[in-house]
Design a protein around this ligand. Sequence first.
Ligand code: PLP
Ligand code: COI
Length: 345
Amino acid sequence: MEKKDLDWGNLPFSYMKTDYSYVCNYKDGEWGEGFLTEDHSLQISECAGILHYCQEVFEGLKAYTTEDGRIVCFRPDLNAQRMADSAERLCMPVFPQDKFVEAVKMVVKANQAWVPPFGSGATLYVRPFMFATGDVIGVKPADEYQFRILVTPVGPYFKGGDTAVTLGIAKYDRAAPHGTGNIKAGLNYAMSLKPGMEAHANGYAENLYLDSQSRTYVEETGGANVLFVDKEGNLVVPQSFTDSILPSITRRSLVTVAKDFCDMTVIERPVKWEEVLNGDFVECGLCGTAAVISPVGHIEDGETVVTFPDGAETSGPVMKKLRSTLTGIQAGAIQGPEGWVVEIA
Ligand code: PLP
Ligand code: COI
């Protein structure tokens, strides 16, 4: 398969049109036959539900080339499940899990020439999304939807490689209304744009969001879950009382990797911002499909600066070990749990 002539090692994390997208429409209470299209634009009614009441959910996963030249993706069944949960919360029809995984395979296979080569640092980002196309004027769910998958080759989300980033503490919530932060709906990301822009203007790579009810507990950032390592070397994974942390597939995989592959103790519990301020943690990292595991060196809250001593400049030893094990499983160099790596071509 002839690859596209791209500068794979220097791709930004941005959108570029590829050959095909996948489309499937929902009408009269059922999903139709899905198909590939070369048309990358849409025409929808001015009264479509997405434009008025924001019925839109999305997912993100990656396809990549393994060391031995196969094209694979990572746990797409969990993206299908999370999209079903997101859709249910917004009164949208569920796109069936087997159909979702087949659609991912179909669109990635059709765009094989766009899957970056092994070792380039780039991947094919796969973005399934679903939105209301049916007309609504009263506040109610639409009755027609489109499920679509676009794919685009991307480079790393955080540009500095293994250089540790600094986070700020967000002044606003990242989800609307409270308690919807556990779904991947475009609406939540719209709510995070203003605090995100302010964080960047203040020199921070990202915001750390605190729980919206008490502003006492650590939640996550705008595009990744957060992980800590305590002084005993345990992996500490923040949990939410209000179920408003996105159930990151990378984070859930890392919990297994830490326990079963790195022989670590994992503690999943609510984490107070105060504990971070007290210097209880020696490493911090962000994890997600886009972020993979990116080191956090400092978190600032106004005049107060928290430094993670074992990873202040680059990844500390625990984050490094977790990252090499997870990426080793993804690349096929380490045998991971059954079903994690799904072969496409
Ligand atoms: N948290 C938020 C808010 C995200 O947007 C993402 C990215 O999808 C994640 C966490 C990480 O989730 P995952 O590991 O499933 O990509
Ligand atoms: C992902 O990691 O897939 C996301 O959706 C995060 C987004 C900020 C790009």
